[in-house]
Design a binder for this molecule. Structure first.
Ligand code: XIL
Length: 347
């Protein structure tokens, strides 16, 4: 099986990559052993990096844009749309037979001048809101298999919905409206509500799941739950098991949508945790996902290919002099213990 998988992985590659570190023999491409789509986050600059491309195409079957499909990039101040980078990503995915997950249509953290200007005219605001969602989802119909329709709607402590421009103008129903609009534009897309700390903060999970239940009751086309899983090596592994079980209990699709496991127990204090803890937490993630019924497993996405690509090592997020190492491949593209464990555990 290993040899067949290796050949299949190699056959998929038409990239000329002389400078690329050799992929170690013996470890099959991760996607060849995975029973569900295995995703990786991508930035525009990666598409022209042959080392990135070879490693990603070999091991992953799905892409999520880290930034280029967010409103901050897609929507210009004058209300026009900028699709060039998302199109390039879609073309790359088509060339290499990869799926695309859409991230994200509506996010409290990004609104943009176009919408801020419409704040005083709710009707025009609503029209622009629906139009934005429909233009984006419509354009990628048949290409993007699922969308994070609303990202991070819940306060971190679980006290309720976050304030945001969308909610200020449209009320709490900004979420249901977004799902309706996306569904109309692409009825085949799997539509997700996506959030973080659902494992770390049970109160947040409770509020989040209540919101999902309310949306379903109201008839919203909510098809899946994305749990970002930006976690740390000091997370109690049992918390992950409980969270995924809870999330899956609604019967919706489950996407582990942005997995990374920081070695900083607490990113503010910059305490570096042993890699052994990281591996234990990773095992819990895979075990928990193995227990989700196969029909509900939309996929697992890792938030960056190599450690050096991780947002946790970006200027904005990086805390202190020591680089974090939160993902499955090291800076040189060599699989780490987590990648090997994935191959052993996935079923
Ligand atoms: C991050 C990206 O990784 C960065 O490159 C970007 O500059 C900011 O956003 N939750 C999310 C993601 O839903 O969109 C965030 O991605 C990480 C946290």
């Amino acid at each position: 099986m290993d040899r067949r998988a290796l050949i299949a992985g190699a056959a998929a590659l038409t990239l000329s990559t002389p400078a690329c570190a050799a992929y170690p023999p013996g470890l099959p491409p991760l996607k060849s052993v995975s029973t569900y789509p295995l995703g990786v986050a991508v930035r525009h600059l990666h598409l022209s990096d042959p080392d990135w491309a070879r490693l990603a195409v070999t091991n992953f079957s799905q892409l999520t844009a880290e930034w280029e499909m967010k409103m901050e990039y897609m929507l210009r101040d004058d209300g026009s749309l900028q699709f060039d980078r998302a199109d390039a990503l879609a073309a790359f995915a088509r060339t290499y037979g990869m799926k695309v997950h859409g991230h994200t249509l509506v996010w409290y953290a990004q609104d943009g001048l176009h919408f801020q200007k419409l704040k005083g005219t709710p009707d025009a605001f609503l029209n622009a809101y629906v139009a934005y969602i429909q233009k984006v989802t419509g354009r990628y119909g048949g290409i993007v298999r699922g969308w994070d329709v609303v990202n991070e709607p819940i306060w971190n402590d679980g006290r309720g919905l976050r304030p945001c421009l969308w909610r200020e103008v449209l009320g709490d129903d900004y979420i249901g409206l977004a799902f309706e609009a996306a569904h109309q534009a692409d009825p085949a897309a799997v539509l997700f509500l996506n959030d973080y700390n659902l494992e770390l903060t049970p109160a947040k999970r409770t509020t989040f799941l209540k919101l999902c239940e309310r949306l379903l009751k109201e008839g919203a086309p909510l098809h899946g739950i994305g749990t970002q899983a930006h976690i740390s090596a000091d997370l109690n592994p049992a918390a992950m098991i409980v969270a995924i079980r809870d999330i899956a209990s609604l019967g919706l699709q489950v996407h582990i949508s942005e997995l990374d496991i920081s070695l900083r127990g607490d990113r503010l204090t910059n305490v570096v945790k042993p890699r052994l803890d990281q591996l234990k937490v990773f095992e819990a993630v895979i075990r928990a996902y193995n227990d989700v019924p196969a029909r509900q497993r939309y996929g697992l996405t890792v938030w960056s290919l190599r450690d050096k690509d991780s947002w946790l090592n970006s200027k904005r997020e990086r805390k202190g002099p020591i680089a974090d190492a939160p993902v499955l491949f090291d800076d040189r593209g060599r699989p780490k213990a987590m990648a090997e464990r994935f191959v052993e555990m996935v079923r």
